[in-house]
Design a protein around this ligand. Sequence first.
Ligand SMILES: [Fe+2]
Length: 306
Amino acid sequence: MDAALAQAVAQIGRARISGAIPAVKPFFDEPTNTVSYVVSDPVTRAAAIIDSVLDFDAASGRTGTTSADGVIAYVHAQELSVRWLLETHAHADHLSAAPYLQHRIGGQLAIGREIICVQTVFGKIFNVGAEFARDGAEFDRLFEDGDRFGIGALEALALHVPGHTPADLAYVIGDAVFTGDNLFMPDYGTARADFPGGDARQLYRSIRRLLRLPAETRMFLCHDYKAPGRDEYAWETTVEAQRASNIHVREGVSEEDFVAMRTRRDGTLPMPKLILPSIQVNMRGGHLPEPESNGTRYLKLPLDAL
Ligand SMILES: [Fe+2]
């Protein structure tokens, strides 16, 4: 077991013994199938918000804050003090509301250090000029594998779990892990690995690493799409359930079999509807492009580039 993972295991053990267990409030955004979380320390009222959503209607180009305002209302009602706005990765299916939330309720914006790699790849695709530094400066903190931080009295740690994108992080907070976009519910499987910078083999190894956390670890997922035979959305499971029954990566599925399955399946998937707006905005930490001389902000639509 590597050092960062060993620290995560130790942290989960300490959380169980001390009872420093986070309260987890999910917010499911049905238009993008995304789950955002408010994770808080019941003792100090300190909180982190993971993977927030800015509403976006692609047909009209209109943005909205109904989803984010729901999160803000919860934060106020619970009298929470927001310390962190955590992104698990540069999402391709929704715009982040982190700058809006930061303006309203504070918190430091954080993502994985490899976002620099995502900025470099997509900076080229969107032909962004030198004013986009591609150094992660849009974020307040760039986490590396094993970096530890606190949310009030809760211990937290970042694990670098690349594969879906190069920058994916999972956050271990108290006794719980927020996986980001790699594992889905056991009956739905795993995330795709075919975006620029994605890698099915890396994804397999990252997932195997997450599944070495203690069996009873509470696991919170980033997306849900229901599944054949399941009519309700779901986003919470355990390491044990994933090991036993994930349809793509349960114990016994080899790396070669997984890579073959993932590659075959990814070949059949259309691009996410919002990939071009999402990545364009999220590689800048969720900041929209500056308005042009008429006061309107514009997004680019590269043709035949993906
Ligand atoms: Fe994603």
